[in-house]
Design a protein around this ligand. Structure first.
Ligand SMILES: [Zn+2]
Length: 88
């Protein structure tokens, strides 16, 4: 009985500190603490040590680092989701 699954993704960097991101999780699968590919879920997220929350949502077309998924992020203390294309 778990609350989420672990998600394996291609390499992707934090939009805040540019460090490689890891530790992705999703509540979109069986939530049995299984390890799934990101292609098996429609949504996954992680927390960077710089304070950013990073989330990916499946899209039909996207320019994000992971084909088929769009990244958005939330800075520490912020309630607002932002898209990295807005801050480049
Ligand atoms: Zn970061």
């Amino acid at each position: 009985m778990g609350m989420f699954d672990y998600i394996v993704t291609p390499d992707v960097k934090c939009p805040g500190c540019k460090e490689p991101l890891s530790g992705f999780q999703s509540k979109d699968g069986p939530c049995g603490l299984d390890t799934l590919s990101h292609t098996e879920v429609d949504n996954f997220y992680t927390h960077c040590k710089c304070g950013f929350w990073i989330q990916f949502d499946r899209l039909m077309q996207t320019e994000s680092d992971i084909p088929g998924f769009a990244m958005c992020f939330r800075k520490a203390g912020s309630q607002n989701w932002e898209n990295p294309e807005d801050v480049i």
